[in-house]
Ligand binder design. Structure first.
Ligand code: ADP
Ligand code: MG
Length: 238
């Protein structure tokens, strides 16, 4: 469903991505794991076609996103590192606005907004302005705009960043509900989160993929003994 071939990205003299290649099949839940600055956000921005790669190709359903970025964006729900929120809007108006932007057919908008407000546990704050909400609610409003047109692919950049433990748990159960039949890519540097949500992990280090495997396979050391993701991560980033 998503294929990248040798993606490179430079910002001036900084090589943020140094040749990233992978394939993600429909329905896979993949975690991008890496230290701050590893290149996760840059890679996500390229996958969502918000940023052009310096070289290399991304295809979605066999189509090069550089040639048809609009149709690629329609297939993807994206929660950027900083969600595109409008603080003065109410939650409901914001989600309705996102539905219009994403060309949800007018006759479906009301129903779709109601559904997404429920799915994202936003019902009780629907008429509050975004500015007064806690970070957990704001982050879920960001997810609501990402899923409003029911995209087949969901790309979430550190969705639990800055949330407290209760908010993290709520976010996790929200993401687990959204997984059904969707392809999900989620970035984080919180290891326990990846273990609970993703089935496959790509570990990114200094712009390169240094591990790409099913979680179950990663959690074995070279002698086949069980180890934690923290062990794997620390070994790779030592
Ligand atoms: N717009 C930009 N201009 C210059 N350098 C950037 C820009 N975006 C990212 N970088 C650099 O690219 C590298 C990867 O950053 P990023 O993708 O944000 O990593 P991560 O999301 O894994 O923390 C870092 O060295 C960062 O400083
Ligand atoms: Mg980032």
């Amino acid at each position: 469903m998503i294929t990248t071939k040798n993606i490179r990205k430079s910002f001036g003299s900084t090589q943020a991505l140094k040749g990233i290649s992978f394939e993600i099949q429909k329905g896979e839940i993949v975690g991008f794991l890496g230290r701050n600055g590893a290149g996760k956000t840059t890679l996500m921005r390229i996958l969502t076609s918000y940023l052009p790669a310096t070289s290399g190709h991304v295809t979605i359903d066999g189509k090069d996103i550089a040639r048809d970025s609009l149709s690629a964006r329609r297939k993807i729900g994206y929660l950027p590192e900083t969600p595109p929120l409008y603080p003065a809007m109410t939650v409901k108006d914001y989600v309705t606005f996102a539905a219009r932007l994403k060309d949800v057919p007018a006759k479906n908008i009301r129903k779709q907004v109601e559904k997404v407000l429920d799915e994202c546990y936003l019902r009780n704050v629907a008429d509050k302005t975004i500015a007064v909400l806690s970070k957990g609610y704001q982050q879920r409003a960001g997810i609501a705009q990402a899923i409003i047109n029911d995209p087949a692919i969901l790309i979430l950049d550190e969705p639990t960043n800055g949330l407290d433990p209760v908010q993290i748990r709520r976010m996790r159960s929200l993401i687990q509900n959204l997984e059904r039949e969707r392809t999900v890519i989620i970035s984080t540097h919180i290891l326990s989160e990846i273990e609970q949500i993703a089935r496959r992990v790509l570990i990114i280090k200094e712009g390169m993929i240094v591990a790409d495997d099913a979680i179950g396979n990663l959690l074995r050391d070279e002698h086949g003994a069980a180890c934690s993701l923290e062990d794997v991560f620390l070994r790779i980033n030592a």
